[in-house]
Design a protein around this ligand. Sequence first.
Ligand SMILES: *[C@@H]1O[C@H](CO)[C@@H](O)[C@H](O)[C@H]1NC(C)=O
Ligand SMILES: *[C@@H]1O[C@H](CO)[C@@H](O)[C@H](O)[C@H]1NC(C)=O
Ligand SMILES: *[C@@H]1O[C@H](CO)[C@@H](O)[C@H](O)[C@H]1NC(C)=O
Length: 522
Amino acid sequence: MQFTIPGYPKESILVWLFLSQNNGLASAATLTLSYPTSMPTNAVLAPPNFVSVGFETGFFDNYANDFSENLVSSLAKRMRVPLIIRVGGTSGDRIRYDPDLPVAKKCIDGECPDGSSSSFVLGPKYFDKFKRFPNAQFTFQASLGKEGQANPEVSLPCVRQAWNAIGADRVAGIALGNEPSFFYDTENQYVNGAMNIQNAIVDALALKGDQAKLFEIADTLSNAAQTHRPYAVKEIFQAGYKDKHVKFAAEHYYQITGTDHPWDVAQLQAELMNHTAIVAKLKQHLESINFVKNKHSSVRYILSETGSALNTPLKWSAGFGATLWSVDFQIAAMTHNVKRVVDSGRPAAKHSSWVPDDSVADGDGPQVRALFMANVFVADFVGSESKSAILEANMNQDLLSGYVMYNAETGKRERLALLNLRAWDATTDAERGRQAFSVPVGNASSVKIRTLHADRGVFATGFDIGGTRNNVTWAGEQWSYLVDKGKGHFPARQPEEETITAENGRAVVKVPQSEAVIMSFT
Ligand SMILES: *[C@@H]1O[C@H](CO)[C@@H](O)[C@H](O)[C@H]1NC(C)=O
Ligand SMILES: *[C@@H]1O[C@H](CO)[C@@H](O)[C@H](O)[C@H]1NC(C)=O
Ligand SMILES: *[C@@H]1O[C@H](CO)[C@@H](O)[C@H](O)[C@H]1NC(C)=O
């Protein structure tokens, strides 16, 4: 079998599948990979601030603590530009400011206290929290009003408070509403409402020139990208939104939503740990992505709210299977020209990668979940030393994927990520097979391998939730509230990195089922 790498001359398309002789269960066919040794023209620049975290507006104050700051720093120190935190979501259209409120916030109606569709009154103590995360930047949301009554008199006081607390230098963007089709039936209504608030903010903050190109539009529902009903990014621009003040055009992405399923390993494999399913869903966004790229090239297309699966059990939506989904989804999105992926959090949400405190009644937090480790992996894959560019090493397989990262300044290939998405669960007696990849390494005598690993396989939830049987480590490091308050620690007391010796210009790496690795060439 032969697979293609886009942009590589046909004669030298070199991803071959060889069937090995003693093809036991555990040793599937070796995949012999190849890819351009220096950066091809169709490699996609990897945005240095691609990895991003998000906090639902009504719960931002819960996240503004040392623990979350440590987790954010663990990501930010792997990046060469500031990490961007999104503060937004459904509750962000249901807020108003009360300068006399003695507490940070008051939940006044909707799903109080911890649902996303609650309404909040916010006081000065809430906005003070924006002084936290000093090395990060923020995007925050201007309310468009939950009934579709965009009202500058309600929105502006909150915007001013956030702006002053964050400081102009750290404001990466101001979002105009969230999932607006819940309260604006048509794209024309959205354009009118959002432009009304946008213009009021430009005036109130006296934004001039480049500084006024600051707004994030759309933030449309996950399934709107698929159906274009009632509207997504493309329709909003077509309805006349001018890009003069628009910095980000955003859509939302949840891999699946569901209520009535077995939530077992087979479903995890078919719907989440499946590269083909991930790429198919990403392709639903291509119409918007390409429209922005071709017609509004000064605007960055982002996925501003993302998640594995809504309304599913924790070990399913935030366990190690979902962690590998997140790695593949984020990196695949990068190859499709998405400029940033926001990993979204709310203390009660089962798809969040950490819980900041013990505010949720059933006592889930504080805790770091397996999913957090995906963000660390992706940040390390993008790298911090220089500009990078990515190319998928396309294997045309549901359960294997690979990506090459080049140094965009020198053109050298620096890292290769390999994922074995075959679902493996330690509670079954199945052997944990391995996939061997034969990788060209040029004249390097050896390469280094770092591994994203869980002994327990797909349902490992992380140490904080499941104890020591549920550890999830990236290169020997794991993150935990109980052990390190989000700073990261090495259970075996040291980083783990394997050296593989190359022979005849190739290195053979064996990736166990339900595991991801980064191979470094330098
Ligand atoms: C992966 O997803 C695709 C598209 O939904 C589906 O056709 C395929 O059967 C899935 N593969 C596995 C192994 O479940
Ligand atoms: C190895 O290959 C690189 C890039 O092709 C080249 O710059 C370098 O000189 C080579 N080193 C040796 C020892 O051949
Ligand atoms: C899991 O992590 C904990 C906390 O660091 C550590 O004490 C324990 O030894 C680890 N367990 C295994 C099996 O590595």
